[in-house]
Design a protein around this ligand. Sequence first.
Ligand SMILES: [Zn+2]
Length: 810
Amino acid sequence: MMLFITWNAWSQDHELKSTVEVYQDLKELQRGLRVLYLAAHPDDENTRLISWLENDQHIRTAYLSLTRGQGGQNLIGDEKGDALGVIRTHELLEARKVDGGEQFFTRAIDFGYSKSAEESFEFWGRDEILHDVVYVIRQYRPHVIITRFPPTRRAGHGHHEASAILAEEAFVLASDPGAYPDQVAKIVTRSTTSLYHNSSSWWDKTLDEMTEEELAAKKIHRINIGVHNDLLGLGINEIASLARSKHRCQAFGTPRRRGVQSEYLTLVKGEWTDDFPVGLQGVWSQSPSHAEGIQRMIDAYEFTDRAKNRELMHQYITPLLAQRSMWAESRDMRYVQETVAEISRQLTGIRVEAYTDEAPSVLGSSYPVRIEVYNAGNEINKIKFGAPVDTYIEIGPSEMVELEAQMNAPDQASSPFWLRNPHEGWLYGIDKEKEIGVPYKEEVSLGYVISGKGMPINATTTVHRRWNDRSVGEIEEPLAFVPFVTLTPTVTSKVVRPGDEVELDVVLKAFESVNGLSVKVETGEGVELVEGDWPAEMAKGQERSVRLKFKINDLSSLSTVSFSATAEGRASDQAQLVIDYPHIPQQFIHNKASVNLQPLDLEFTKGKKILYVEGSGDEVDDLLEELGYTVYRTPLNELAPYELSGMDAIITGIRAFNRNEELAANMQVINEYVKQGGKLIMQYNTTYDLKVEQMGPYPLSLSRDRVTDENAPVKLLKPKHPAFTTPNKMGDEDWNGWVQERGLYFAGEWDKAFEPLISWCDKGEGAVNGGLVVADYGSGHVVYTGISFFRQLPAGVPGAYKLLVNLIEF
Ligand SMILES: [Zn+2]
């Protein structure tokens, strides 16, 4: 008897697959091939090619994204940085659920736009990321690697260029026992057959015109992925569109495309295969008897008879696997065993689901787990559960057995595993031995063994939360562990003026009923807590917002206020962020509860009225309100003319002209408002999909110019302009301490009425002047700026505050 080993990355889903899905798995077992697609960000991957390889060619395909995309934009909410990386990670995982691929990551942190691979390597450490890419290749053992980008500046984004450079180097190094010998000791080397670049007629227009002979001469394959899959009832390109549409925070919703669609693969390194991918040699090329066994099972496969397929499995495949042969020693056997175990489990018809209630479980407590065992097959099966269930059951056809167990919550609150330790520079601080490549980790799984006819099958099922909502039905979310109470400040940093009294709001949430709550607020020198009433008791599930007042006496540098709570022997110093969107699983992030106070000597007129026109989501409006301005967010269509004329400024949120249909409808009204003495400040918009013919009263075109170095030298073109002097005189120090970038999507060309105020550039590039342009119009002013206030203000950058306040007030 032989016991199959299960592997965590393979399906842990408790749901039963249809016989069509099992058939697809069987075809994948037969092909015995793997492809690794490699690029830099969540959304770089070509879901067309992945869908085709997986679903049409039955080749196991994975996407290695260097980063989790935390430096990008977010078009569906306010999350930035690490929280955005969590959203994009799960969007990728959801996309892979649709196209059938797998997902891997390196430790690289997306630090925002990069102008060259060289710069990216400076941030990450070239050797560190190369280590990770080699590791994933050795671990996944692909036969073919495909890159999305060329290894040159043509790739655009420096991360893109870096991904192709790393792929080429790792392709060679993965098979070299001298490269990263510590890895070799654990997971051996891997020699990959070929490396292709997924070229596109978008870059090279001549590809579509070339004949097959011309393409072959240049070592390029043309593949029509626009085929229909009768088993799935969908075209491959339709599956690809559905997968791509999961990248919602990147606004990648895509119509379902049908019809012929060419993809191109250009050989970069390794062997050329004439008939790609049919001509590739999979795992069974060394073992015709096994290939024949699988073929027999496929020939006899019944789509309406799970039990018969289980018989076929016993008859044709399992005996062969029990025979040791030369190739059975190979690392590829792991895949074979996992796949066979998974197919076998599916064919038993045994479904094991383990779940607890809707409410997250409190650290250190125990929580109930219900286990539903259902036998959809037509044979009796015996199932043995290990601790803490510790039970052995027999279950007949169509029976459902319910079991219960108590499990103990851990003592660390839930956070994605890559955020549990502080970043190490621009790398995630994860376990280099065990966590490289891992996309996501479930909190808790239960193991069980099915035995009936044939050999026992080891399997696991993930414990999750499950409940019923009468307006939705059954809802499933990942398990979450939380402190007994969380203390979540509504801001993580705040600019303050010496002498001011400032308010901070902290949201207290109790996950258990609490008596005798005591909250400690720690401040640095020069900051004094003058008011704050915390509740002593809270009911389970209750949320209370507490307003605290601080007197800023004397503060010359950044100071941190931190919060911690105790009650009846329990303690918590954790703030909580819940990421909750319908298209991804709910995620909890826990951090130390604290607020950074950034001293800032800033002049402004308290109470000035600002109309903020919503774009695709930023916090600039909230932070201006925090500062002391009166911010209105009334939709333009609902705003009476007298209300508009009472505004001191209209500020458009980031990408408002790409998103907000009401701006187009009200452009004339806004221009008239400016003419009568108003002020219009437009933050950056992208060139794609502008909703208006003209932004503001004068012609102005957008470019893709950006300055990505947050320390890029600044040259003021009009140093005496009131934007730099009124009411705040800006000095050299105000351009220090910026984060991620100076700005993006600068004005490209502008009407002569505009004056450019700033000139700057990244290393080795020409100066760009469209970052801040200002014009008079009637007795008012209009401003377009690509400066990334939406990043600087939340980070508490004093100079950015001064500049924006000046733009509002001059
Ligand atoms: Zn990208």
